[in-house]
Design a protein around this ligand. Structure first.
Ligand code: GDP
Ligand code: GDP
Length: 438
């Protein structure tokens, strides 16, 4: 859901950039790098009443010997117009209508976008009305006298503009899921990325990550955007020979920190190694959702017990991520690769899920009645007063108890298991804080 765009059009020196500055105030510019367009256009966020929009200065419309647009300028103005929901055509009230204004007006009349006519440099109200009236002849409707420098008249034109700006009812939410692909060298991280991207029919563009340690690729499936944070590609793209055993755990850690969901890729032939355990440990510490992707499944000789046996062994080695789903894929044949994204959706959803306090306490009451809190040697029993979810990503709960010391690890694990059993949270770690309350 992009913000509506207002294009500012006119000859050079009529006051377009002054008007853009006036509308956008000192809000920061967003520069978009459009392929095929030589000049970057700068989009500036602005608002009027309850509407947010972007203002873009199309650059002065320059003419060959005053009669014809320079083709490149015309092309840029067209691109700006095509994406705009309305345009403001700025003219100079002090010079009056020029042949170039007529030319631009004629061209604008052929476009489908609504156009408002701003007659700039009209500082004095009486003179301004006179100056503005001369521009009726452009055939673009009512000319609005404004002064971009002083700000007079801009309110009126913005009021009129609102008619053409669609209301954005909900606050724009960036619902892209950030997915880090991590694992030891040669487990198939790059192949997996290629498998995702190779099927991509819509726009795929490599976007440089915020750090130089990873390269982001944005893909889309069924309306959902995924930002894939790839830690492998950089090594290959830069053609730096680190040797096959080179493995920057730091780079993996940074990718984990940036992600919502981590794909921990394991080579099916090697199984989970000590390095994988270390990575899994970090994923939990950082509170990230995780999916264990066992790759190169095509290369493993299988009988009917293999997946089951394999899972058991893996779970043994990575027992602290028992909540993480395990999926067996082949990046090379593409087997089950798309299924990974379904698990990503589920994990991301669980990761940011919020449960009401009443539901949390229902689960707690139930858990306690099945299995009461331990009694300490002194004979005093642990008591849970209530619990509540204090944050998401990962889901974090505070349990208020009489004395946290009375609750041993066994009982804490039991409560966590009950939370998972009753509330779901597949694919994400959850955190329980036990707080003593006097
Ligand atoms: P652009 O080339 O269309 O972007 O025009 P600018 O915004 O750079 O303005 C060109 C000149 O017109 C500058 O000298 C501005 O100071 C002047 N100018 C802009 N707006 C106004 C205005 O409302 N009143 C007056 N008198 N001058 C203005
Ligand atoms: P990375 O270092 O983790 O990025 O691993 P690569 O994607 O470069 O893959 C390392 C090697 O494993 C390459 O020779 C791949 O062709 C191979 N490979 C990757 N995925 C698979 C797979 O699903 N099956 C098989 N048999 N080989 C794979």
């Amino acid at each position: 859901m992009a913000l509506p765009i207002i294009a500012i059009i006119g000859r050079p020196n009529v006051g377009k950039s002054t008007l853009v500055n006036r509308l956008a105030g000192d809000q920061t510019a967003i520069v978009h790098d459009e392929p095929g367009v030589t000049r970057d256009r700068t989009y500036r966020p602005a608002f009027w009443n309850d509407r947010d929009f972007l203002v873009v200065d199309t650059g002065g419309l320059v003419f060959n010997d005053d009669t014809e647009f320079l083709p490149l300028i015309r092309q840029q103005a067209l691109i700006a117009l095509r994406e705009a929901c309305a345009a403001i055509f700025v003219v100079d009230g002090q010079t009056g209508p020029t042949p170039a204004d007529e030319e631009i007006a004629g061209w604008l009349r052929q476009q489908s976008v609504p156009v408002l006519l701003a007659v700039n440099k009209c500082e004095s109200p009486e003179q301004g009305a006179m100056q503005a009236s001369e521009f009726w002849q452009l055939g673009l409707g009512e000319p609005y006298p404004i002064s971009a420098i002083h700000g007079s008249g801009t309110g009126e034109i913005l009021d009129e503009l609102l008619v053409h700006i669609p209301a954005v009812t909900e606050v724009e939410e960036n619902n892209e899921i950030k997915v880090a692909i991590i694992g030891r060298p040669n487990v198939g991280k790059s192949s997996l990325l290629n498998a995702f991207v190779g099927e991509e029919r819509a726009i795929v563009s490599p976007i440089s990550g915020t750090t130089r340690d990873s390269i982001d690729t944005v893909i889309e499936r069924a309306g959902q955007t995924y930002r894939l944070i790839d830690t492998a590609g950089i090594r290959k793209k830069k053609h730096i020979d680190y040797g096959t055993e080179f493995f920057s755990i730091n780079r993996a850690f940074k990718a984990i920190r940036r992600a919502d969901v981590v794909l921990l890729v394991i080579d099916a032939e090697d199984g989970a190694t000590e390095q994988d355990q270390k990575l899994a440990g970090r994923i939990i510490e950082e509170g990230r959702a995780c999916i264990i992707v066992v790759n190169k499944w095509d290369a493993v000789e299988k009988d009917s017990y293999t997946i089951y046996d394999y899972e058991k062994t893996l779970e043994g080695r990575l027992h602290f991520t028992e909540w993480a789903e395990i999926i067996f894929v082949s990046a090379v044949t593409g087997q089950r690769v798309e299924k990974i994204l379904e698990l990503v959706n589920k994990a991301a959803e669980a990761h940011k899920r919020r449960v009401t306090t009443s539901v949390v306490n229902e689960v707690l009451t139930d858990a306690i009645s099945w299995h009461s809190p331990p009694t300490s040697r002194g004979g005093r029993q642990g008591k849970i007063y209530y619990g509540t979810q204090v944050s998401t990503q990962p889901p974090t709960f505070a349990l208020f108890v009489n004395d946290a010391q009375r609750f041993n690890d066994n009982y804490r694990r039991y409560i966590e298991r009950q939370f998972r059993k009753q509330l779901g949270f597949d694919g994400t770690p959850i955190r329980l804080f036990w707080r003593s309350k006097k």
